[in-house]
Ligand binder design. Structure first.
Ligand SMILES: [Zn+2]
Length: 242
């Protein structure tokens, strides 16, 4: 009997499917699970805000990111995730996007591996100095490795970062010769410099193929964008969609 119930529960969880509806900044979310229901292996921050829900696809991307970190940097801190979406999506106070379960805010990986409390009301650390340079605690190698993995192996469409961080990663790729690798160029292309990303990066995934009411966003311009970072600053419309 116990086994039958277990089988039934497994079947139900397999049948479960979320649906991303509309655009990142004008949408909603159906059938979503919270990170706790789904068992997504992350440290969820700002639990009291309730933006614990996201599409099945984003749960999978977060799980893949966590696995990547565990396998490649076993001494690293756990992936720390801020706001996702509300249970039914829609307007999430403080954000224009995060409306259809395809956006998530994530703390940059640190050199000192600090993990902040889920009860804290806000981000604990600014990774950019007052003179607009990435801080020493910003882990260049690990963040870049994670970004490259996400772009190569998941449905990530854009990663919003502070402009100083994109600049640093362009230089890092150039100095190390990695810029000759097409996956590095593709990663830099998807790293979009934007304001308000000194404390975290914003991960945006593409519309899931089976979510027919999801409105896609056109891809970023071709190339790394490293030659002229000022041009890469997103338009006002996109700036407000974060
Ligand atoms: Zn965000």
């Amino acid at each position: 009997m116990k086994n039958t119930i277990l089988l039934f529960l497994i079947l139900i969880s397999k049948l479960h499917a979320s649906e991303a509806i509309g655009f990142y900044s004008a949408g909603s979310l159906a059938g979503a699970q919270s990170v706790f229901e789904h068992g997504t292996p992350i440290q969820k921050l700002f639990v009291a805000r309730g933006r614990l829900y996201t599409s099945d696809e984003m749960h999978n991307v977060l799980t893949d990111a966590s696995e990547f970190i565990k396998n490649n940097f076993p001494d690293s801190e756990i992936l720390q995730v801020g706001d996702l979406s509300a249970r039914l999506g829609g307007l999430a106070e403080g954000h224009a996007s995060h409306q259809n379960g395809l956006d998530g805010d994530i703390v940059y990986l640190r050199r000192n591996k600090y993990v902040q409390s889920p009860q804290a009301a806000n981000w604990d650390e600014d990774f950019v100095t007052k003179t607009d340079l990435p801080t020493k605690n910003f882990n260049t190698e690990r963040n870049f490795a994670l970004f490259k993995f996400l772009v190569k192996s998941t449905s990530v469409s854009r990663i919003f970062v502070d402009v100083s961080i994109k600049k640093l990663l362009c230089k890092f790729a150039d100095d190390s010769g990695e810029i000759r690798d097409p996956n590095t160029v593709e990663t830099l292309r998807r790293l979009r410099p934007q304001e308000l990303h000194r404390t975290h990066f914003h991960l945006r995934i593409s519309c899931p193929p089976n979510d027919h009411e999801c409105t896609p966003q056109s891809g970023p311009e071709a190339g790394s964008g490293c030659d002229d970072l000022s041009i890469l600053l997103e338009s006002v419309q996109n700036l407000h969609s974060c």
